[in-house]
Write a protein that binds this ligand. Structure first.
Ligand SMILES: NC(=O)c1ccc[n+]([C@@H]2O[C@H](COP(=O)([O-])OP(=O)(O)OC[C@H]3O[C@@H](n4cnc5c(N)ncnc54)[C@H](O)[C@@H]3O)[C@@H](O)[C@H]2O)c1
Ligand SMILES: *[C@@H]1O[C@H](CO)[C@@H](O)[C@H](O)[C@H]1NC(C)=O
Ligand SMILES: *[C@@H]1O[C@H](CO)[C@@H](O)[C@H](O)[C@H]1NC(C)=O
Length: 448
């Protein structure tokens, strides 16, 4: 029985095998016919997926693509690249990797801006790794921001073109590089423009800052953050010189109000999440690669072009004065603040202990009247300005600023070293070189 059963089974098996091989042959023929169609469709699908993948993973690359071989890198990563080793990520790591022992890895927001460019260069020069972040907005001539970007790229610093509102991008950058520090300088600056475009101040200075802090607080480890507040937070304060403990609850402009809000927001993230946060209240920063919306800059332009210049006086007839601070002094202050910043104490959104929270003035400690500013520029350009003295409109400008920098001096040896005449000489030298106006200045000099 057992044998016959076996024989039966074996016969059945043979039949089944023959049947199966028949089916296979039929299927193979069908498959062969279908396979070319299928292969074609699969190739199309894979190509589409690849395109989609790289569109998502490759945000706009820097304009100065010669430095970064955009096309070549794009192609080579499309062919050989895996997500984590993509050319874009390599550029980011290259830019952010320190070249000195125990060097920092710093994310500099607003790196295409005036202060951001100078700080990025100074950090890179001493061996820290720097990655820039900027949205290149058109608040002032974006070509100046692009020129600063080219300057940075010549020093192996990459600027990612993105907005602070882009949470996914910020998270991705922190995924690629575990930044030790953030130097947060991106903001909507300028006092007067706040009456024209108030929402841009709220978007960048409050919502954008909160967005950055939300990303930072969730990290493990959390970075230490140094960021730019402003002397404008002193608002209608009349005690002089301005000290950190003075009242800052009377802002005179929406710009000042958003910076003051930033200080309050910083307090909260320090308190709840253990983020190490340092606010620097800059006083009227000026110098080469400066901002075209600031008086020293457009005075220079207008003097050269022979346009009349408005000099503001206060409603009670006093001269408007500013504690003009040279960019190199500000850079030293920023680096000093970074060097003395303690580690954040939280991780993954949980505070583990009290963290550092600081506020410092960074000024020059010697206010200069706008009349004197103009006089120095006239001397440097060798052109007499056409002046018009008018009463300051109620646009948010304060009559004067004067910094007490005792705290910054005590904690990181901050000591402003450049007076206005010396600093403006360096600015004018850069200005005539950058805009190529040397000839015109000379011509006008001969004419007068
Ligand atoms: N220059 C001064 O006199 C002065 C004085 C006080 C405070 N500050 C503060 O110092 C910081 C740097 O000032 P600056 O003079 O270099 O100004 P800046 O305008 O030259 O630089 C700011 C940069 O941030 C970028 N940016 C703005 N909003 C952004 C956003 N939402 N996302 C990404 N990038 C964005 C801009 O494109 C710009 O390049 C600012 O926070 C400013 O408010 C400057
Ligand atoms: C983010 O900012 C950019 C400008 O840089 C703007 O175009 C975009 O609409 C903003 N997105 C959100 C969600 O606010
Ligand atoms: C400057 O600030 C320090 C520290 O806040 C303070 O002790 C000092 O009195 C201030 N100096 C002046 C001249 O106000």
């Amino acid at each position: 029985m057992a044998l016959s059963a076996d024989t039966h089974t074996s016969r059945t098996t043979t039949k089944l095998e023959r049947y199966n091989s028949y089916i296979r042959r039929v299927n193979n023929t069908k498959l062969l016919a279908a396979s070319s169609k299928l292969l074609f469709r699969a190739t199309l699908l894979i190509a589409l997926l690849l395109v989609l993948f790289f569109t998502i993973n490759y945000p706009p690359l820097p304009a100065d693509s010669s430095q970064f071989h955009t096309t070549k890198n794009f192609l080579s990563s499309a062919l050989y690249g895996s997500g984590s080793g993509s050319a874009w990520e390599k550029q980011i790591r290259h830019s952010a990797t320190p070249r000195r022992p125990n060097g920092f890895s710093v994310l500099v927001t607003g790196a295409a801006g005036f202060v951001g460019t100078h700080c990025s260069l100074a950090l890179k020069k001493r061996g820290d790794g720097v990655l820039g972040f900027d949205n290149f907005n058109a608040y002032y001539d974006p070509s100046l921001k692009r020129a600063r970007q080219s300057l940075l790229s010549r020093h192996q610093i990459l600027i990612v073109d993105a907005d602070l509102n882009d949470t996914a991008m910020l998270q991705k950058l922190f995924d690629i590089v575990p930044f030790t520090h953030v130097l947060h300088l991106a903001a909507q600056a300028g006092v007067r423009y706040a009456m024209q475009n108030p929402q841009s101040y709220v978007a960048s200075n409050i919502a954008g800052f909160v967005n950055l802090l939300e990303v930072a607080k969730a990290l493990d480890p959390q970075p230490a953050i140094v960021w730019a507040s402003s002397s404008s937070v002193y608002g209608l304060n009349t005690e002089v010189p301005f000290s950190e403990h003075h009242r800052t609850d009377r802002p005179a402009s929406l710009y000042a109000a958003t910076k003051k809000a930033g200080e309050a927001v910083a307090h909260t993230y320090n308190h709840i999440y253990g983020l190490s946060l340092t606010a620097l209240r800059f006083f009227t920063v000026y110098g080469p690669w400066g901002r075209p919306d600031m008086a020293y800059f457009f005075f220079t332009k207008d003097i050269i072009q022979g346009k009349p210049i408005n000099i503001y006086k206060t409603p009670d007839g006093q001269e408007v004065a500013r504690d003009f601070t040279y960019i190199d002094d500000i850079v030293k202050g920023c680096l000093g603040a970074l060097d003395t910043a303690e580690k954040s104490t939280g991780s993954g959104g949980k505070k583990r202990g009290p963290a550092q929270l600081r506020v410092y003035n960074l000024g020059n400690t010697s206010p200069v009247g706008v009349g004197r500013l103009l006089e120095i520029l006239e001397g440097l350009l060798n052109v007499k300005a056409k002046k018009r003295v008018i009463t300051m409109p109620a646009n948010g400008d304060v009559p004067f600023t004067h910094a007490n920098v005792t705290l910054a001096n005590r904690d990181f040896g901050y000591k402003p070293a450049t007076d206005l005449a010396t600093g403006l000489r360096k600015f004018v030298k850069w200005y005539v070189g950058y805009y190529g106006v040397q000839a015109r200045v000379k011509k006008e000099t001969q004419a007068s």
